[in-house]
Design a binder for this molecule. Structure first.
Ligand code: NAD
Length: 372
């Protein structure tokens, strides 16, 4: 039985080999045995290396990795040696598992690390994903997947060639409120959701890579509008076929030099469902609503936050336990590697969203309805 993960250490390889001997069930994908129990995996968690130790990696992913069951923080990659020293101390990381951007390719020889998680500015995702894949590591890249559809294609091709899995950090897929919306869509309790509205906006005043197009790929649409697109695709259970958009006039043109400050857009789905949405760096909104002929669901506040706020439906309020979205997301990817199943939040999904984003920008530029 072939275990294609090039960096499994001998004991893990032997362990998987023995497991596979007891089962005829071998997942089709990359040939992983699909019988590894969570209990066993918890004793042998997969190693994750965070690449780019900024705000999200520090304040969200690293704490989440203390709660994951199937994976653990095993290493870091950073351009700042002083950060590495701090992380080594805080997370008891061995020196050999810490890399600079220059020597990062040596990670290919490191059996402690199974997954590289890319958490840099958006347009830098592509090259790091390609390097991680070439080193034989499975990869998670943050949203948006990259700067363009072409970036997404390059990442997908590199991971395919290296026979490693690729996933996008779409944490909301693992939140129970969002899962409930997906269930309502599938089971049509409220009929098809035909009227969708969403707005994710925050006031952004700090000069940073987010307002530099060469690093961000674009403004709020890239950064947070992508969540509204994601929610709409989940509520519609489909990919949109056309986009219409217009950029709002800039109130701070000197600050938002080469990215939009705010953009309004409409997405049309194959069954006639329509999303009306807005995203802005000059407002504070975080809402989503989906209406069908027989009922509705509304994320009244913090619709896209790490901790989702009030969620109402036409049948009453929803009340689910608070979860750690990032921990569930990373554990799900680890489970994909251990069982051979494909990630629900795959590179293909990231590419789909890049395609929608490009159509929205094209419509805003041309003033025309753009077929996706
Ligand atoms: P950040 O600015 O806090 O961190 C970015 C990191 O990238 C820093 O450690 C920085 O040193 C490093 N970096 C490497 N090369 C760089 C360069 N040339 N210029 C600037 N920084 C460089 O940003 P962040 O908020 O942590 O966002 C990082 C990624 O995570 C983005 O893609 C963002 O969209 C995504 N993100 C996702 C979520 C989520 O909920 N899924 C939340 C926040 C951010």
């Amino acid at each position: 039985m072939k275990i294609p993960h090039r960096n499994f250490n001998p004991s893990r390889r032997e362990f998987l080999r023995q497991l596979s001997l007891g089962s005829a069930a071998v997942a089709a994908g990359f040939g992983f045995p699909n019988i590894l129990s969570a209990e066993v995996a918890a004793r042998k968690p997969l190693g994750v290396a965070l690449l780019g130790l900024g705000n999200y990696a520090t304040n969200n992913l690293a704490p989440a990795l203390r709660e994951t069951k199937l994976c653990r923080l095993a290493g870091v990659v950073s351009g700042h040696p002083e950060k590495i020293v701090k992380w080594q101390k805080n997370f008891s990381l061995s020196e050999k598992n810490c890399y600079s951007y220059e020597n990062f390719d040596r990670i290919a020889d490191n059996h402690d690390i199974d997954i590289v998680y890319v958490v840099t500015p958006n347009t830098l995702h592509r090259d790091f994903v390609v390097r991680a894949a070439k080193a034989g590591k499975h990869v998670i890249t943050e949203k948006p997947m990259g700067g363009t559809v072409a970036d997404a294609d390059t990442m997908i091709a590199a991971c395919h060639a290296a026979k490693v899995k690729l996933s996008v950090g779409y944490r909301l897929h693992f939140d129970p409120y969002v899962k409930e919306m997906m269930r309502l869509q599938r089971e049509k309790d409220f009929g098809d959701f035909m009227k969708l509205t969403g707005n994710f906006s925050f006031t952004f005043g700090k000069h940073a890579w987010r307002v530099e197009k060469k690093l961000s790929g674009g403004g709020p649409l890239m950064d947070v509008g992508v969540y509204v697109i994601q929610a709409a695709c989940m509520a519609a259970g489909a990919t949109p076929i056309a986009a219409t958009a217009h950029e709002e006039p800039k109130e701070r043109p000197d600050f938002f030099l080469d990215v939009e400050e705010a953009i309004s857009f409409k997405l049309e789905f194959p069954n006639g469902a329509v999303l009306d949405a807005k995203t802005s760096y000059n407002d504070n909104m975080n809402t989503f609503r989906a209406e069908g002929a027989k009922g509705w669901i509304e994320f009244v506040n913090n619709a896209f936050s790490y901790r989702i706020g009030e969620v109402q439906t036409s049948k009453g309020a929803l009340n689910f336990p608070v979860v750690n979205q990032q921990a569930l997301q990373m554990d799900d990817f680890a489970d994909c590697l251990l069982t051979g199943r494909e990630s629900e939040v795959s590179g293909e999904m990231g590419r789909r969203d890049m395609k929608i984003i490009e159509a929205i920008y094209r419509s805003a530029q041309t003033g025309k309805r753009v077929i996706i």
